[in-house]
Design a protein around this ligand. Structure first.
Ligand SMILES: C[S@@+](CC[C@H](N)C(=O)[O-])C[C@H]1O[C@@H](n2cnc3c(N)ncnc32)[C@H](O)[C@@H]1O
Length: 316
């Protein structure tokens, strides 16, 4: 099958560029380079600075390479998981880091990747094709209660138990290997009115499988903490999320890092010596024009923060 043109419209583009407050000589990290939409606007604004573009998907890396071709010496491409940020930026002080979390439109639209409940494809959903664990392994391998738990936890699917039971029933006949097979099983498991009201009945289950395959949520807080540690004083971190699970995680990570003293309230003086590492700004959501123009922007939210001067702990 021929390769699809990389097609992804960046969400909250200008808002995240403003949030990063880019300096021409700054060092930046786009941890989810995707189609290079945000990277392009960052790299345009730096002259003597540098941009590190990370993505775990080799097709994204190829797309960014093409998109940024005219800025050759201003950026470095790194195919990696952003959970490796601590190691990648071990000796680098960043002026800004961006995460635009989740899947790209390109990944969803490519029928070979198995992210979409609208197109028939192998049950795959890996963002990093070098990994071997796929959605088919979950659907055919997880024990029924574990399957129901991930549908509930990562998909907030209220019919998780019914769907898990239907999957287990079906896979006893033969393994479930295709996306549309799974869609049919989900549709048969949920009540008729659920099928007809509000969104596709497979949407939440597909989200849950995708999150489980790619370990999307559990890596967020450690990555934000590692990036904040690598930020120079005054440096910015900006994170775009697309659903409440991701957003909650980022909000809590920011809250933790922006907290000062954690001594019990009845202590007369602070003994922990803990100081906030970041100052958090008000979250930003897309404006009317972007919402009209790009349906994907509907659930998007940008959270950003600035690194404060240390020290952040007692020296002893
Ligand atoms: C929403 S898209 C980013 C789009 C990009 N900002 C643009 O304007 O084109 C998300 C990208 O992040 C990548 N990604 C998601 N989780 C990742 C992770 N843990 N490590 C590295 N890349 C990741 C995906 O492969 C995808 O290409």
């Amino acid at each position: 099958m021929p390769r699809l043109e990389f097609n992804h419209r960046p969400v909250l583009l200008w808002e995240s560029i403003d949030a990063l407050d880019i300096k021409p000589d700054g060092i930046y990290a786009d941890c989810t380079a995707g189609g290079g939409g945000h990277s392009f606007e960052i790299v345009k604004r730096i002259s003597s600075g540098h941009l590190f573009c990370i993505d775990q998907d080799e097709e994204a890396i190829e797309a960014v390479k093409k998109r940024l071709a005219s800025f050759e010496d201003r950026y470095t491409l790194i195919r990696a998981n952003f959970s490796e940020a601590e190691q990648i930026f071990k000796n680098i002080s960043l002026d800004g880091a961006l995460m635009d979390i989740g899947v790209s439109s390109h990944q969803i639209d490519d029928p070979r990747r198995g992210f979409s409940y609208m197109q028939d494809a192998p049950l795959d959903m890996r963002m990093d094709k070098d990994k071997s664990f796929t959605a088919a392994d979950i659907v055919n391998g997880y024990e029924e209660t574990r399957l129901a738990d991930i549908l509930k936890r990562w998909g907030e699917e209220k019919y998780s138990r019914r769907i898990a039971a239907a999957i287990v029933n079906q896979r006893q006949i033969k393994p479930i290997t295709r996306t549309l097979e799974l869609v049919e099983i989900i549709e048969s498991a949920v009540p008729r009115n659920y099928r007809l009201s509000g969104g596709h009945p497979a949407k939440r289950s597909f989200q849950a499988l995708r999150i489980e395959v790619n370990h999307e949520i559990e890596i967020l807080t450690p990555t934000v903490e590692a990036l904040v540690d690598r930020l120079a004083v005054g440096g910015r971190i900006a994170v775009i999320t697309f659903h409440s699970l991701e957003d909650r995680e980022i909000k809590q990570a920011f809250n933790g890092l922006s907290k000062g003293c954690v001594c019990p309230s009845d202590f007369p003086v602070c003994v922990c010596g803990r100081k906030p590492k970041i100052k958090v700004f008000k979250p930003v959501v897309p404006g009317e024009i972007e919402l009209q123009d790009n349906p994907r922007a509907h659930s998007a939210r940008l959270r950003y923060a600035e690194k404060l001067p240390g020290p952040y702990e007692n020296a002893d």
